[in-house]
Design a protein around this ligand. Structure first.
Ligand code: HAM
Length: 431
C-alpha cells in the first residue's frame, strides 16, 4: 500500500524546517520585544465559535471548514483561523481579562478546505497577534508597526501595506445598503459568486477578482465616502500615526477582507514576489467580536501572518541548509562498546549537569559498524573531533579531524568534557 501526504498539505523537511524554526524564533523575539505573550489554544473548537465570529456567509464558513462530530455528537471544527479561539480563551481567563490592554500572540497550523495552489494550502501556519481592549488609533498603529517589524526581522522589507476602513455599526449598514442598491441594478453583469454575495454579503463583491466584474466595481460607491465622522477621524489618525512611524502605506478603498468580524481599520501586507496569493498577512479591528462572543464591549485589533507565504518570500539572511556538523563523533572501538559510546556521548554534550553550558553537538554510532566505517561517517558528517571508547589504560584518545592529527589524551570523562567545551570556546572563531 502506498500512502501520500493529503492533498493541500505537505511535509516541511530539513533544511526548510530549519528556515521555519529560524523565522518562528525571530517572530517570537520581536513579539516579546513589543510585550506580547503567547497563548496556545486547541486545534479544534466548537463549530459554533467560527460560525458566530467569522460569519455564516463567508467563504470560510460556507465551504472551507473541516467539521466533524465527536463520539458524543458534538460538532467540532479544525480552526480555520486564530482570532476567534484566542478571544474565546481570553473570555475564559480572568487573568487575561484583567490585563488592560491584553497583548497576546499565537503561532500554529490552521485548516481551510481551499483549492490548493502555490501559497495556498489546506493546512497552513499563522503567526498572529491580538491587542484586546484598546480603542485608540495608536493601537492600530502599534499593530501594523509590529507586523512590519516581524517582516523586517526575517529579511523582508519590500512590502506594501494596504489600508482601509470598513466603518462601524453606525455607518456600515448605510454603506452596505448603498452597495446593494448599486449592484442590484446590474446583477446580470456580475459573476455567479457575486450574485450570491449580493444576497448574503454584498460588501464582498468589492473584493471580487473575476475580470468580467471589474468594470462594474470601478464605479461602486466608496466606503471612505460613507464613513461617519468618528470613523473618518479614526482612519485619519491611524494614517497620521503610521506616517509618523515611517511606515509607507497605500489606502485601498476596496479592501474588505474575508471575515465578517471587522470594524473600522482593515489592512493587508502584500509582497511583490508572491504572485496571485500575494498577501503575506492581514488583519484589522474587531470592536464588537468580544461582545458578540459573550464578553463585555472590548475594542480590539489584530493580524495574522501566513508563515507559508513568509517562508516563500524570504531568501537571505536565513541560515544555510545542510545538517549542522557535530563537534564530536564518538567511535566505538569494538562491537561491545556501542552502549558505552552512547553514554559517553551523553556525558560529553554536557546537558546532564547544571545546564550552564551550551551543549556540544555529539553523535555516536547506533548501527554497530566497524571502526573504519564509523570514521568515514564522522568525516562525512564534518565532525570536528573523534573520541574513541573504551578508553585505553591512560585515558581517552581524541583525534582532530580538521587538522588530521591526534590531540592530547584525556585521563577521564570529566576532564575530557571540560577540555572539549573549552576547546570549542577558544577555537570557534579560529575554525
Ligand atoms: P486571513 O486574511 O484569513 O486573516 O489570513 C491571514 C493570512 O493567512 C493570509 O494573508 C495568508 O498569508 C495566510 N493564509 C490564509 N489562508 C491560507 C491558505 N489557505 N494557505 C496559506 N496561507 C493562508 C485571518 O486569519 C485573521 N484571523 C487575521 C486577524 C487577526 N484579524 C484580526 N486578528
Amino acid at each position: 500500500m502506498k500512502f501520500q501526504v493529503p492533498r493541500g498539505t505537505r511535509d516541511i523537511l530539513p533544511p526548510d524546517s530549519e528556515r521555519w524554526a529560524f523565522i518562528e524564533a525571530q517572530a517570537r523575539t520581536i513579539l516579546g520585544s513589543y510585550g506580547y505573550r503567547e497563548v496556545r489554544t486547541p486545534i479544534f473548537e466548537s463549530t459554533d465559535l467560527f460560525v458566530r465570529s467569522v460569519g455564516v456567509s463567508t467563504d470560510i464558513v460556507r465551504k472551507e471548514l473541516y467539521t466533524f462530530d465527536d463520539r458524543k455528537g458534538r460538532s467540532l471544527t479544525l480552526r480555520p483561523e486564530g482570532t476567534a479561539p484566542l478571544v474565546r480563551a481570553y473570555l475564559e481567563s480572568a487573568g487575561l481579562r484583567q490585563e488592560n490592554p491584553a497583548r497576546l500572540y499565537y503561532l500554529g497550523p490552521m485548516f481551510r478546505y481551499e483549492r490548493p495552489q502555490a501559497g495556498r494550502y489546506r493546512q497552513f501556519w499563522q503567526i498572529g497577534a491580538e491587542l484586546l481592549g484598546a480603542q485608540d488609533p495608536a493601537a492600530d498603529a502599534e499593530m501594523i508597526d509590529l507586523f512590519v517589524s516581524i517582516l523586517r526581522a526575517v529579511g523582508l522589507s519590500s512590502v506594501k501595506v494596504l489600508l482601509n476602513s470598513l466603518g462601524d455599526d453606525a455607518c456600515r449598514p448605510v454603506y452596505r445598503d448603498r452597495v446593494r442598491d448599486y449592484f442590484g441594478g446590474h446583477l446580470d453583469q456580475l459573476c455567479g459568486d457575486c450574485r450570491e454575495r449580493w444576497e448574503t454579503n454584498p460588501l464582498r463583491i468589492l473584493d471580487c477578482k473575476v475580470p468580467s466584474c471589474q468594470p462594474l466595481l470601478e464605479g461602486a460607491p466608496r466606503v471612505l465616502d460613507a464613513l461617519c465622522d468618528a470613523c473618518r477621524d479614526h482612519f485619519a489618525a491611524v494614517q497620521t500615526a503610521l506616517r509618523a512611524l515611517g511606515i509607507e502605506l497605500e489606502v485601498a478603498p476596496r479592501l474588505v477582507r474575508g471575515l465578517d468580524y471587522y470594524t473600522r481599520t482593515v489592512f493587508e501586507v502584500h509582497a511583490a514576489n508572491l504572485g496571485a496569493q500575494n498577501a503575506v498577512g492581514g488583519g484589522g479591528r474587531y470592536d464588537q467580536l468580544v461582545r458578540e462572543l459573550g464578553g463585555p464591549q472590548t475594542p480590539s485589533i489584530g493580524f495574522s501572518i501566513g508563515m507559508d507565504r513568509l517562508v516563500m518570500t524570504t531568501g537571505e539572511p536565513l541560515p544555510a541548509g545542510g545538517p549542522p556538523a557535530p563537534d564530536v563523533y564518538v567511535v566505538a572501538r569494538e562491537p561491545g562498546a556501542t552502549i558505552e559510546a552512547l553514554a559517553v556521548a551523553r556525558a560529553l554534550r554536557g546537558v546532564d549537569d547544571s545546564g550552564a553550558r551550551v551543549p556540544l553537538r555529539v553523535m555516536a554510532d547506533v548501527q554497530a559498524r566497524s571502526v573504519s566505517s564509523q570514521m568515514k561517517v564522522a568525516s562525512r558528517a564534518g565532525a570536528k573531533r573523534v573520541v574513541f571508547v573504551p578508553p585505553d589504560g591512560d585515558g581517552y584518545a581524541v583525534r582532530d579531524m580538521i587538522e588530521g592529527k591526534d590531540d592530547m589524551k584525556q585521563p577521564d570523562l570529566d576532564s575530557l568534557r571540560s577540555w572539549l567545551h573549552a576547546r570549542r570556546a577558544t577555537t570557534a572563531e579560529a575554525r
